[in-house]
Design a protein around this ligand. Structure first.
Ligand code: AMP
Length: 279
């Protein structure tokens, strides 16, 4: 597996690949890899001739400095995991490579997406995501890029980025990979104690309960019950809401079949965890 640290190394290599018409798959990550990331990589390896993964902890997208400082880093382990699934290359830039002095920030109005759920609660987060993914797409120019539906709102933000700047890049959104307990895999789970991990598994139980209740009762009542379940367990809720899965427009009643999403953000042992369920 090749390891690139600078844009020059990367560009030199990728220009050869592009000339040969090789199909290039790309998986952007912040490292501390787990099975959720690896699932995206495997999919890319299956569907492309060459797969490149980026590892970069993007300070710009952290609205909370502590969260950035505490973000887990395990580069050697990450490299081994990527080798084991036949990933072809990893791009690990530093800050100067990612954001050179003269870099130009892009602006993109993502409208509603900045006004709901993660938008207002994490000011600057999606702008940071847009800056880094724009630069990575621009450096790498993949045929296909892979993202996880665990970060559902982020998927819609990336779709807006593609529509504005990168029409030729095909996006693939992959289902959330969970542990046996139902907990969505996340690099942040590493910061939980064994008790915290058991508590965190409750998140998906509440989401599936709400989904199952949706057949019988109205959204408002199902969410109320879901909130009650979290409160009973002393889990701090930041939001537990439902919306139209295509637009993330919140509503009062369930939307037509197959369009509902319930999104949740909670704190467990001071760690912010998000998850969602579409039905
Ligand atoms: P991150 O390193 O957290 O920025 O995540 C990199 C990519 O992996 C993003 O597209 C995430 O949505 C995706 N991802 C993270 N966790 C999971 C998971 N449990 N299942 C599927 N995709 C995931």
């Amino acid at each position: 597996m090749q390891i690139f640290n600078t844009q020059i190394e990367l560009e030199g290599f990728l220009s050869k690949i592009r000339k040969k018409g090789i199909k290039l798959g790309f998986v952007p990550t912040m490292g501390a890899l787990h099975e959720g990331h690896i699932d995206l990589v495997k999919r890319s390896v299956e569907e492309n001739d060459y797969t490149i993964v980026s590892i970069y902890v993007n300070e710009l997208q952290f609205n909370n400095t502590n969260d950035f400082i505490n973000y887990p880093i395990s580069k050697d382990r990450d490299v081994e995991m990527l080798k084991s699934v036949s990933c072809d290359a990893v791009f690990m830039p530093n800050k100067e490579v990612m954001y050179p002095k003269n870099f130009k920030k892009i602006t993109l109005d993502i409208g509603m997406l900045n006004k709901v759920f993660e938008g207002p609660l994490r000011p600057g987060h999606f702008d940071g995501v847009l800056q880094v993914v724009y630069r990575l797409f621009d450096y790498i120019k993949p045929n296909t890029a892979y993202f996880g539906l665990k970060d559902y709102q982020q998927c819609l933000v990336i779709k807006a980025l593609k529509n504005e700047f990168f029409n030729s890049i095909h996006l693939v959104f992959c289902p959330t990979v969970r542990t046996e307990s139902g907990l969505a895999m996340s690099s942040r789970n590493q910061r939980l104690s064994s008790t915290g991990l058991i508590e965190a598994a409750f998140i998906y139980k509440v989401l599936t309960t709400i989904r199952d209740l949706s057949v019988h009762i109205e959204a408002f009542d199902a969410l109320k019950y879901g909130r009650h379940l979290f409160i009973q367990k002393n889990i701090e809720i930041e939001y537990l809401e439902f919306a139209n899965a295509d637009t993330l427009m919140p509503g009062k009643n369930w939307f037509k079949k197959n369009k509902n999403i319930v999104l949740v953000a909670v704190y467990i042992e001071g760690v912010r965890l998000i998850d969602n369920i579409v039905f």
